[in-house]
Design a protein around this ligand. Structure first.
Ligand SMILES: O=C(O)c1ccc(O)c(O)c1
Ligand SMILES: [Mg+2]
Length: 608
């Protein structure tokens, strides 16, 4: 497709803070311009001319002033007032250096259902704008009183027939109503004055509420924006790609990273549209290792549990207090760098890439924060980036040969252990503000594909889990987060992370663990009684699961057996999982039972 880079614009309504905060964040993330939302300007103490200067200093253009509401289809006395209001806004735009105003379709009770009148009045407005060197973009709000489809807004613009009047297309208003974007091709490109982009999750709710609270940046929701924009570009539209996302979370999030998240979404979208952005993400073939940051206390407990799980300590890092534990293809690094008693969390995860340096270049092109390397002179040169939750993500060569050399004594044949063959997935709890950002991060930076979201009621709140995985399932991350921001009620086990090891025979492994006195998480009888009622697994199987605290799930592909350890430090536990016949999930239906069990374990240990 086209190779000229599109202009990248963001509406100030996407970001949190004052207008000044928003402009600074947009510029820092590399945007070319902004849509200034009227309320942001009104609340600012800076005169429009000062805002214009501020934007110029930051390298931003003011591409749109918006919105001008409830203008058209009104009785004559209201028209007079509306034209007067428009002239005052044109004054503001003149000072701002903006030459395009967005007029959204009326929701006014005073308006009448009359296309002829709407066209006539919008033509008057366009004449006034043109006299001042300005233009008007008419946008059909999905909840507009009479005009709520883009086809209708285009009919009115065509009827008004003025060169200073065109259409503003907003992907949300079109796709939320299930509109057919193919008809966009019938609009001449020069009559498309502006393009606003937003994604959204599929929600069955009032479209205004959906739009004002739940819009997402492209790639974070489920709209087919690629087809939508493809239609727009095929008209010859050469204006900016502008993000307009009303979202409760982004509105209260730090605007700097939120703007970077927005930019990343645009880069991924450009790539999907065929613009040159970055090398494609190299194929990922597995988890190389997971590094846990521990202190002496949690480190001892975790090391003991790894030993009980059949892991062997196979190496010691040359220059850091890091020990390597291995079994099959599973590798865990214990880094004793924490100074908080009992603290244990995932500090880093490493994936095997077919081309680690291309992975790093792509990460950089996708605006991932590249982390400084803290290696000694002889040590492996691994590229790493920071995920939105702070986890360090490394790209290693397949086979992991290079970094293993950093560990003295590494390469010793692991003991047969418990049939653990590798890391099945890493489960990361996402801070509330970063859930959608995290999905997009892994998708754009590493090429992992988002899986459907599962939402469920858990002991400490409504929770959602979304996997991101490579097409073969060799690399899987399970991202979990809450649906509403956490309150003060904060049991110690509320944000656990875990490593799930793939195991050939979970029931046998669980039995051995019990014999070894390993800290297996006790699952209550009520769970097994319910399992029996729901799935009729047979007495023998059920008894085995129950006796060994093994959890069970099935989907249309197969079955899943999993067993968890107790919490081994502030946030960490391990899980052994067995996928039978292509089971594709993460045992999500069992998560609330597991969370309650961890809470009981913590209370019994006197640590809530
Ligand atoms: O929700 C609104 O009112 C609103 C305003 C301006 C827009 O461009 C839009 O898409 C929605
Ligand atoms: Mg809009």
């Amino acid at each position: 497709m086209s190779t000229a880079e599109p202009r990248r614009v963001i509406a100030t309504v996407c970001l949190s803070g004052t207008l000044e905060d928003k402009l600074a964040a947009a510029a820092a993330a590399g945007f070319d311009g902004v849509e200034i939302f009227e309320n942001d300007l009104i609340a600012s103490a800076a005169a429009p001319a000062e805002i214009r200067q501020r934007c110029a200093d930051l390298g931003l253009t003011v591409d749109l002033y918006q919105p001008f509401r409830d203008f058209e289809s009104v009785p004559p006395e209201l028209l007079r007032a509306n034209l007067r209001r428009a002239e005052r806004k044109f004054d503001v735009m003149e000072q701002l250096g903006a030459d395009l105003v967005l007029v959204c379709s009326t929701v006014s009770p005073d308006a009448v259902d009359d296309d002829e009148l709407a066209a006539e009045q919008l033509r008057l407005l366009a004449e006034r704008a043109a006299a001042r060197g300005m233009r008007v973009a008419y946008e059909a709000l999905a909840w507009g009183r009479f005009v709520n489809t883009y086809e209708h807004s285009w009919r009115i613009v065509r009827r008004a027939d003025h060169p200073a009047l065109g259409v503003c297309l907003d992907s949300f208003h079109v796709l939320s109503r299930g509109g057919d974007p193919a008809l966009i091709r019938t609009i001449p490109g020069e009559k498309l004055f502006f393009l606003q982009l937003a994604d959204a999750p599929r929600l069955d709710m009032d479209v205004l509420q959906w739009s004002r609270h739940h819009r997402l940046f492209p790639g974070q929701g489920s709209f087919d924006l690629q087809t939508f924009i493809g239609n727009v570009l095929s008209t010859g539209y050469a204006g900016p790609l502008s993000l307009e996302v009303f979202n409760d979370v982004f509105r209260q999030a730090d605007p700097k990273p939120a703007a970077v998240d927005a930019m990343r979404s645009l880069r991924l979208l450009e790539e999907q549209l065929g613009f040159p952005v970055a090398e494609p993400a190299p194929r990922l073939s597995g988890h190389a290792f997971v590094e846990l940051a521990v202190d002496r206390e949690s480190g001892a407990r975790i090391a003991g549990t790894l030993a009980a799980l059949g892991f062997e300590a196979t190496g010691e890092h040359g220059s850091k207090p890091v020990r390597l534990w291995e079994q099959g293809g599973a590798r865990v690094l214990l880094n004793a760098k924490s100074e908080t008693p009992g603290s244990a969390e995932i500090g880093a995860l490493a994936v095997e890439s077919a081309d680690p340096s291309s992975s790093a270049l792509r990460a950089e092109a996708m605006h991932a924060p590249i982390l400084p390397r803290t290696r000694g002179p002889e040590e492996a040169n691994l590229a790493s980036v920071a995920a939105p939750d702070g986890t360090e993500v490394f790209f290693c060569g397949a086979g992991s040969g290079s970094w293993l050399a950093d560990f003295a004594g590494a390469g010793a044949a692991p003991v047969p252990g418990l049939g653990i063959t590798g890391i099945d997935h890493v489960a990361l709890t996402q801070p509330f503000d970063h859930f959608d950002e995290a999905t997009l991060f892994y998708r754009s930076v590493t090429g992992l594909r988002p899986e459907p979201i599962a939402e469920y009621a858990a002991p400490f709140g409504m929770v959602r889990t979304r996997g991101v995985a490579d097409p073969t399932g060799a690399v899987r991350l399970a991202l979990t987060g809450t649906l509403v921001r956490r309150g003060e009620w904060a049991p110690a086990v509320r944000d656990p992370q875990h490593i799930a090891f793939a195991c050939d025979h979970v029931l046998a492994a669980a039995r051995t663990l019990r014999e070894r006195g390993a800290p297996v998480l006790r699952i209550p009888d009520n769970y097994y009684d319910d399992l029996d009622a729901r799935l009729d697994l047979g007495e023998e199987v059920l008894a085995q699961l129950r006796a060994n605290s093994v959890l069970y799930d099935r989907d249309e592909h197969g079955e899943y057996l999993h067993v968890c350890t107790e919490m081994l430090g502030s946030r960490i536990f391990f899980e052994l999982v067995q996928r039978i016949g292509g089971y594709a999930g993460y045992g999500v239906p069992n998560a609330p039972v597991r969370m309650a069990a961890h809470r009981r374990q913590r209370l019994a240990a006197g640590s809530g």
